[in-house]
Ligand binder design. Structure first.
Ligand code: GAR
Length: 202
């Protein structure tokens, strides 16, 4: 089995990072997390990575004059650490062209809604307010848009009468932790054929 280098970007709690690290440890994902980068110095994700002896750095965008300079620093570090695939795991910024350039079709994101419904921030709150009966999560290839890239996997959960954004988030998160490692495995095994918007699983 190949041991691919995975880079993770996370801004907060890092439960998806944990699911990815666990799936690497138990052999579900044929790779290892080679580097974790956060844009937030207080992100719990940094502790999670350090606890597992994974190199983890905060690169603070406010330390750079431009977004391009920030993304160049992030990109250089991922390349230095041998990262082949970047997984955005609760990374709360729009990826720009400088970071994307070296990782076209090699960057995945998880979003807590059934895209193309409810992109952007507070997706679970958007779903509850709208009154949909089903929501879920989506793993997609990252492109230059906001949650617009080709869809790899989705999981559906019911929205229950008295759901709050919090209760719905918990139900969705359980599914996130299942489908994100699956999608990463498929990509690293070369089993995703991406043609335009369509992703075929081989
Ligand atoms: C997850 O629900 C993820 O889908 C979402 O942030 C949460 C991060 O949780 N991402 C987005 O909303 C991106 N637009 P985690 O830090 O525990 O993985």
């Amino acid at each position: 089995m190949s041991d691919h280098g995975i880079g993770v970007m996370a801004s907060g709690r890092g439960s998806n990072l944990q699911a990815i690290m666990d799936a690497c440890s138990d052999g579900t994902i044929p790779g290892h997390v080679a580097l974790m980068i956060s844009d937030n110095p207080d992100a719990y994700a940094l502790h999670r990575a350090s606890k597992e002896n994974i190199p983890a750095f905060c690169i603070n965008p406010t330390s750079f004059d431009t977004k391009d300079q920030y993304e160049q620093a992030v990109s250089d570090l991922f390349i230095e650490y041998g990262v082949e695939l970047i997984c955005l795991a609760g990374y709360m910024r729009l990826v720009g062209p400088v970071l994307l350039k070296n990782f076209v079709t090699k960057m995945l994101n998880i979003h807590p809604a059934l895209l193309p419904s409810f992109p952007g921030l507070h997706a679970q709150e958007q779903a509850v307010s709208y009154g949909v009966k089903y929501s879920g999560c989506t793993v997609h290839v990252v492109d230059e848009g906001m949650d617009t890239g080709p869809i790899v996997l989705q999981a559906v959960v019911p929205v229950i009468q008295d759901d709050t954004p919090d209760s719905l988030s918990k139900r969705i998160l359980e599914q996130e932790h299942k489908i994100y490692p699956q999608a990463i495995k498929l990509l690293l095994e070369g089993r995703l054929k991406i043609e335009g918007r369509k992703v075929e699983i081989l």
